[in-house]
Design a protein around this ligand. Structure first.
Ligand code: GLP
Length: 235
């Protein structure tokens, strides 16, 4: 129980393991609510899920998906948006129908209201069964950035400078001005969390994460207060 840490020497091995955990869970509970992160860390895992969906068409036909986070002030059709990423890597390949897909809209006119809306959706459809997370170079999860206090529920987040260096947005001229994210308690309310640690510049965040010391300076360390986390680390 607690955090189960496993190290992988290759990205494919990590991705296959993560996908297998999800496949086993969805076989046991086909209608599970899956919270989806975006970014470089889970892309290989989504590819493995796509292959599983191709060999067993019925596997994901009841699974529900909620988006972990979204860049604010970015057109949802823009290729950097989390929306675009999830449509391409998860929603379309796994044939998740609109009634089984929920989460923040990137181009919501009123982001605060959008957070209230998603909180209500989560209250109605939750709790999350499996939450996939990546980690930021500053230890963020979703867009829960290092802060004096963590925010429990869905909120509009001020983005840390290092977050704007993330591979998804680094080349944008007009950068996102905020993030929309599930809060730390929303994440910790998930029954099972799978944290994927991959990508450059994550050494310090990883060191803090595995140390077991919970601190708001490295938000991912809060996962130590959860009873069921699989932490898969590349390296
Ligand atoms: C981004 C997103 C997170 C993501 C993390 C790591 O800023 N807000 O949801 O998990 O940072 O991204 P990557 O996997 O591309 O390193």
């Amino acid at each position: 129980m607690g955090m189960k840490i496993q190290y992988f020497s290759d990205y494919e091995g990590m991705s296959t393991k993560a996908a297998q955990l999800i496949i086993d869970a969805v076989k046991a509970k086909p209608e599970l609510l899956f919270c989806a992160a975006t970014g470089g860390s889970p892309t290989g895992m989504y590819k493995a899920l796509k292959e599983a969906a191709q060999s067993d068409e019925s596997l994901f036909e009841k699974m529900k998906v909620i988006k972990l986070d979204e860049w604010g002030d970015v057109d949802s059709k823009h290729p950097v948006s989390c929306e675009y990423y999830l449509q391409e890597h998860l929603v379309n390949p796994l044939k998740i129908t609109p009634d089984r897909y929920m989460g923040f809209s990137a181009d919501a006119e009123n982001p605060k209201e959008e957070c209230v809306r998603v909180s209500c959706v989560l209250q109605e459809k939750g709790p999350i069964d499996i939450c996939i997370l990546g980690i930021g170079t500053n230890g963020h999860i979703g867009f829960n950035e290092p802060n004096l206090q963590m925010t429990d529920h869905c909120h509009v987040a001020k983005l840390a400078p290092s977050t704007l260096l993330n591979g998804m947005v680094i080349n944008m001229t007009k950068k996102p001005t905020y993030g929309l994210t599930l809060g730390v308690q929303d994440i910790l309310s998930a029954k099972h969390i799978i944290m994927l640690v991959a990508g450059s510049g994550k050494e310090e965040a990883t060191k803090h994460l595995v140390s077991g010391k919970i601190t708001n300076d490295w938000p991912a360390t809060h996962l130590w207060s959860h009873p069921n986390v699989d932490c898969l680390i590349l390296g």
